[in-house]
Every structure is written in C-alpha cells, then in structure tokens.
Design a protein around this ligand. Structure first.
Ligand code: ATP
Ligand code: MG
Length: 531
C-alpha cells in the first residue's frame, strides 16, 4: 500500500508541513476527526505544486478559532454557511478548514442546504473525482486514503470527471473550475463530463452561479502558476465575463504578469517562497478602473489577499525609496536591506521598479551578488580550522561576504589575511597509545572479536574506524529566511570585521569594529527549495 503520509511529508513545503501539525494538534485537542482533502491530496499524489491546504473536520471548525489563533494561525476569513475557516498559517502557507457536510440542492440558483456529515458523505458533494479524496490525519487511521470515486485512477489517466450527471446544474461554478483545472493541468474533461459541460453551457446554467462562488473563483486565479493561460481559457469559454462584466484579456498587463511569474520562479529557485497572489491580481486587473478593482476586491472572501493587493503599490514605493537612500549606499547595505524586506515586495518591485538604480540593485541581489559567494575560500578556511563548528563562524562568513561585496577584500590573499587571525589553535596531539598489560589484553580481545566476525584485526596503536573528513564549511549570508532576520540598518557594522578572538596577538587585516557586532549571518547558500 502506498505510504501517503511519507508522500505528503516530502511533497509539502516546510511551512505547509508545520501547518499540518498545527491544524492536527488543534483538531486533536478538540476531539475532532481531521482529514486533508481536495486539491491538497490531488497535488500530493499527482506531483503538482500544492497551493493551499484543504482540511475537513468532522465537527464545527468555527468553534476552534481561538485555538487556531493561540497556535499561531491568523483567521483570514470565515464562511458561516459552509462553516469554513480560512487560515493564514505561519510562513506563507494558506489553509481552509471546513466542516464535513452534505449539500442538498433544492432550487437552481439557490444555495444548498448544508448539514453536518461524515467524511464519506462529504466526499460525495465534491466537484471532480480527483478532488474527492481524503487522507486521514487521525490516530489509529493516519495515512489511510479515502478514495470512493477512484480519483487516483483519474489522476493517473489525467482526466477531469464529475461525480454525477447533475453536478454542473447543482453548482455552475464547477464549469469555471473545470476550465481552470483543464487549463492548469492541460488535461481534458472525461467524455461524459465534456458532454454535460457542453449541455450546461448551451443551457446557460452559468446564470445561476452564486455570488460567493464568483468570489472564490476570482481569488483562485491569484494562485495559479500560469494565470495568463488560465484567463485566456476562461475568456474563450465565456467565463471571464462571469467573474466581472468588464473582464477581458485586454484588461490584463500580460507583459507584467509574464515577468512576474518568471521572477517568481527565479526566487523560488533561490529558496524564497514569495506569495505572488496579490501581485498576480494587480496585473490581472491592471487596465481596470479603480471602481471595478474595488468591486472585484469586495467579492473576494480572503481579506488578507485583498489587503495585500491594495497595499502592494505603496509598500513597493516605500522600499524603492529606501533603496535609493543612504540605507542602500553600498552593495552590502543593499543586500541587508533586501534580505530583510518581504520577498513579496522584492518580487513586485523587481518587476515594477521605475528607477533604473532600484531595478539594478534588485537584479544584482538576485543574480550577480550571489556569485560573490563563490569567492569565499572554503577549502582554505577548512585548512585554517575555520569551520561551521566554530561559534564565530556564521558571523565571520557573513563579514567576509559583506567585505567581498563591497570590494574591500579584493583577492584570495587579502581574504585569507583577514581570516587568519580568527583561526583557532590546532588541536592537541592525540594521546599516546596505551601501554602495559591492560592495553595488551584489550587489543587481544578486540582482535579475537574481529577474527570471529571475519574481519581483519585493527593494527596496534591505530583506531579501526577512519575519522570522517572534515565537512567543507557552508558559506553564509545567502539563506533568505535567515538573512531576512538581519536588521537592515546594521550594514555599516557588518562591513567591518570584528576583533579576532583566539589569537589575541595577531593583527586583523581590517580595522576591528568598535560598535556592537552585526547579527549572525544565515547558515547556507540559498538552498533550492525541495519540491
Ligand atoms: P486549488 O489547487 O486551486 O486550491 P482545489 O481543488 O483545492 O484547487 P479549492 O477551491 O481549494 O480547490 O477547494 C478545495 C476542495 O473543495 C476542492 O478540491 C473540492 O473538493 C471542493 N470544492 C471546492 N469548490 C467546490 C465546488 N464548487 N463544488 C464542489 N466541491 C468543491
Ligand atoms: Mg485547494
């Protein structure tokens, strides 16, 4: 049987995994059964990136608001009728926690009657087979996959299939969802689903779409990896206009959007996890009037998305101003300023900056300056015993990086001259081999045991195990998360080396700092995000 918990653990981002634990702890303490459901399961099994975590609890999650907040989540929105909580989890993870429910559609165009239900019943009210699976996160059945409609088979076949013939009539927003998923995954609708889809289109079922569903579908665009392709497909099918009367692809800043997604990918490759959602919405609606933008924003249930979208231009302007000021007078100070800025703002400004100097600084930050890290002489540092085990190592590696960035260390020789005073004294020689009867007896016993095991006895006076070679120290300063913690205005200090510790007599190559030392640097070169 497939081990879905293992798959989940390797597929989710660290922030998402922490989010799963957080939600699990809260649900468990409340005695509610919890399942990971919907798109999260589809993408864990199918291998696509996981946009948000969809949880379903047997019980009312609205009662758990305080507990979620205590555990570190923010409530981004509440949907009373379906008893759904929208959570902003620490880091950039988004989640929905809904009540397991049945939905009874009595009248076309009217919201369904919602009743609490079991997870099995809940899966029956879902849109497509690939979205109608649940993974148990409960003690006793943790890792059990519920897949009553054979969603795994449809995932493997790469088809989108409704659960029953009335699906589009009951909820016409599924027409938009079907198009969105087809555009995202490049998968076709299964034959009968396609026939129902065509009939629904012909019969204008879409006129019965609920307003709340429109808001959900607008918000969903923000998190698409290729939003331009999705809106093009929506326009072709006639659904973009349903989301807003004036929406056409012409309202989109296609160049801006393409650049945004490219830069986002570049940042993801460097280990950042910027939430591009607000910026995507900005470009999707670039040529709308303010009034139309405000109308669209009112439809979106997640207020955190709306706020971030509203503030994005002002925040970018602030950052641009700082990047043009004293705070970013040198490369090292600019590095620190950008490292402490939110990755979302760096991303947005990278694409929208009007001043060439700002644009260039961000470009250097994301490309050229990273190559400076290659100049940190790691092998020589290891020879000098300056390794990550030293408490001073992170700060030292950061100082070297900053000095290299500013051109204050111009060659390997200069860098080594700077580093040498920090080298710890060599370790004492190993103790002399034991002599005497006790040692002889011990050696004989070891030899006898090795012979028994069929191995060669170890040579006298030498350890049988070979010591592991020292690990090369990882250069610091490029881990975005850790770097983000560094305060922006410590740049000046960071550029100055600090007093050498171990060899008090040795002279450092540069002047020691007089003020408080800068914050320790992050530990590693921006690691590629595991996906
Ligand atoms: P995404 O990757 O865009 O988040 P998703 O399938 O997870 O895709 P969500 O909007 O997050 O979409 O919804 C979570 C789950 O809730 C879906 O997978 C589906 O099971 C269910 N769902 C959402 N909207 C509908 C709908 N209109 N009708 C039936 N089920 C729905
Ligand atoms: Mg989802």
């Amino acid at each position: 049987m497939a081990d879905y918990i293992y798959t989940m653990e390797i597929r989710l981002t660290p922030d998402q995994l922490k989010g799963v634990s957080l939600v699990q702890d809260v649900a468990r303490a409340a005695g509610m059964n919890l399942y990971l459901t919907g798109g999260a399961i589809r993408d864990i099994i199918g291998g696509s990136s996981i946009r948000d975590l969809d949880f379903t609890v047997q019980g009312n999650p609205l009662k758990l608001q305080k507990e979620f907040e205590k555990a570190g989540a923010r409530i981004a929105a509440i949907e009373e009728d379906t008893r759904t909580l929208f959570l902003a989890l620490p880091g950039n993870a988004r989640a929905e926690v809904s009540m397991a429910r049945t939905e009874k559609y009595e009248k076309t165009g009217k919201p369904p009657i919602v009743m609490p239900a079991t997870i099995h019943e809940d899966l029956r009210r879902r849109d497509f087979t690939i979205n109608a699976m649940a993974l148990s996160l409960n003690e006793g059945s943790r890792g059990l996959l519920l897949d009553p409609f054979n969603g795994v088979a449809d995932l493997e076949a790469k088809v989108i299939r409704i659960l029953h013939n009335y699906s589009f009539l009951e909820d016409p927003s599924r027409l938009i969802r079907a198009t969105r998923f087809a555009a995202r995954f490049h998968w076709p609708l299964e034959e009968r689903t396609q026939a129902r889809y065509d009939a629904a289109k012909e019969g204008k079922y879409i006129d019965y779409i609920l307003k709340s569903s429109i808001g959900h579908e607008i918000a969903a665009l923000a998190h698409e990896d290729d939003p331009l392709n999705v809106v093009k497909m929506l326009e072709k099918e006639g659904w973009l206009q349903i989301l807003h009367d004036h929406w056409t692809v012409a309202k989109v800043d296609a160049n801006g959007l393409t650049n945004l997604m490219k830069t986002r990918q570049q940042m993801v490759d460097l280990g950042y996890t910027p939430d591009a959602g607000p910026a995507v919405m900005y470009f999707l609606t670039s040529h709308f009037s303010d009034k139309d933008v405000s109308d669209i924003q009112k439809m979106i249930p997640r207020k955190d998305l709306v706020e971030a979208w509203r503030d994005i231009e002002d925040h970018a302007k602030e950052l641009a101003k700082r990047l043009m000021g004293k705070e970013a007078a040198t490369p090292s100070r600019t590095w620190q300023l950008l490292s402490s800025a939110r990755p979302e703002m760096v991303l947005f400004l990278a694409v929208t900056a009007k001043q060439q100097s700002v644009e260039q600084k961000i470009k250097n930050y994301l490309t050229k300056w990273r190559q400076v890290q290659q100049k940190i002489p790691l092998p020589e540092m290891t020879e000098l015993l300056i390794t990550p085990q030293l408490p001073i190592y992170p700060k030292l590696a950061n100082d070297v990086f900053m000095l290299l960035l500013d051109g204050k260390l111009r060659s390997r020789t200069e860098t080594l001259k700077f580093l040498k005073p920090f080298a710890p004294p060599p370790p004492p020689p190993p103790p002399a081999p034991r002599r005497g009867r006790a040692a002889k007896a011990a050696a004989e016993a070891a030899a006898a045991q090795a012979a028994k095991a069929g191995a060669k006895p170890a040579k006298k006076g030498k350890g049988a195990a070979v010591a592991a070679p020292p690990q090369p120290p990882a250069p610091a300063a490029a881990d975005p998360k850790a770097a983000a913690k560094a305060k922006s205005d410590k740049g000046k200090e960071a550029a100055k080396p600090t007093k050498p510790e171990p060899k008090a007599a040795a002279k450092p190559a540069a002047k020691p700092a007089k003020k408080a030392p800068p914050k320790p640097a992050p530990k590693k070169v921006a690691a590629k995000k595991k996906r």
